[in-house]
Design a binder for this molecule. Structure first.
Ligand code: FPP
Length: 259
C-alpha cells in the first residue's frame, strides 16, 4: 500500500520530504483512530497581519489535505476538534465565520467525500448550533451514513466533561426507570453512553501550535492515547507533519498500564 502511494507521489506532486517519510512508515503499524486539535489558526493569521477569518479558512484547506492523506493511508477514523463548548466566548463575528466555514465545507465537499466513501459524523451538542449548521450536518450524516472507507468525526460544541456528564445522566435515567442495576455499571457499560460509543479510542492525538494540553477533548477516550505535538500552526500543518507524527507513534511502546 505504501509502495503504491509512493508510485503516486510523482503524479501527485508530493514533496521530497513526504516521499522520504512515506518510505519510513510501517504500513502494518498504522493507528486506526487519529484525533487532531486544529489549533493556531488565529496566531497564524495574526503573525501575518491577516484577519483571523483567513487563518480559519486556511485551516479548512489543511483539513482537506489531511483527510485525503488519511484516505490514502487507509486510516479508518479521524476525529477533529472544530468548535469547543468554550468557543462560544469568542466574538459573535468569529463564531459566525466558523459556522459559515463549516456550512461551506459541507456544501462544497459533500459530493466528493461521499464519492470517496467517507462517513461524516458530528459529536457534541449539535442541537445548540445555528439551525443552518444543524441542517447541513444532518444532511451530510444522512447521505454518508453507509460509507466505510474513513469516518470523519467532527467535534462541534463539544466538551469532554460535558460528554461524560451526558453519559452519567443517561445512565441515571435508565437506573431511575428500573432498566439498569447500578451494580452492573462498569467501564464497558459507561463507554456505551459516550458520543463515540461504537468507535475505538484514539491511538494518536496530534496537537499543532505548541500547546501541551488536552483542552477538554475526548477526556474519557484519551486514557491511553499517544500524544504528538508540533509548534507549527494548523494552517501551516502539512502532510509531512502528519507522517512525522505517525512515525513517532510507530516507535512508541504502548503498554496500556501493563509491562
Ligand atoms: C483553533 O484555532 C481552531 C478553531 C477554534 C476552529 C477550527 C475550525 C476550522 C479549521 C474550520 C471549521 C471546521 C470545519 C470542520 C470545516 P484558534 O482560533 O484557537 O487559534 P489561536 O489559538 O492561534 O487563536
Amino acid at each position: 500500500m505504501i509502495k503504491s502511494l509512493l508510485k503516486k507521489t510523482k503524479r501527485q506532486n508530493k514533496s521530497r520530504e513526504e516521499e522520504r517519510l512515506l518510505k519510513r512508515l510501517d504500513p502494518a503499524r498504522l493507528p486506526v483512530h487519529v484525533a487532531i486539535i486544529m489549533d493556531g489558526n488565529g496566531r497564524w493569521a495574526q503573525a501575518r497581519g491577516l484577519p483571523r477569518a483567513l487563518g480559519h479558512r486556511t485551516g479548512v484547506e489543511t483539513l482537506r489535505n489531511i483527510v485525503k492523506l488519511c484516505l490514502e493511508l487507509r486510516i479508518k477514523i479521524l476525529t477533529v476538534f472544530a468548535f469547543s463548548t468554550e468557543n462560544w466566548k469568542r466574538p459573535q463575528e468569529e463564531i459566525k465565520i466558523l459556522m459559515d466555514l463549516l456550512c461551506e465545507y459541507i456544501q462544497k465537499e459533500l459530493n466528493d467525500l461521499h464519492r470517496k466513501h467517507i462517513q461524516i459524523r458530528a459529536i457534541g451538542h449539535i442541537f445548540e448550533l445555528p439551525p443552518r449548521a444543524q441542517k447541513e450536518l444532518a444532511r451530510a450524516q444522512e447521505v454518508t451514513s453507509q460509507n466505510n472507507e474513513l469516518i470523519l468525526n467532527i467535534a462541534l460544541n463539544y466538551g469532554g466533561r460535558l460528554e461524560i456528564v451526558d453519559a452519567a445522566r443517561n445512565l441515571a435515567l435508565r437506573v431511575k426507570n428500573g432498566e439498569l442495576d447500578p451494580a452492573e455499571i462498569n467501564e464497558f457499560i459507561f463507554k456505551k453512553y459516550l458520543y463515540t460509543a461504537d468507535l475505538p479510542d484514539p491511538d494518536l492525538l496530534i496537537r499543532p501550535a505548541g500547546e501541551l494540553r488536552i483542552s477538554n477533548f475526548l477526556l474519557w477516550q484519551m486514557a491511553y492515547t499517544e500524544f504528538w505535538s508540533t509548534p507549527v500552526f494548523w494552517p501551516d500543518f502539512r502532510p509531512a507533519h502528519f507522517l512525522q507524527a505517525l512515525i513517532s507513534f510507530q516507535h512508541r511502546k504502548r503498554r496500556f498500564g501493563g509491562l
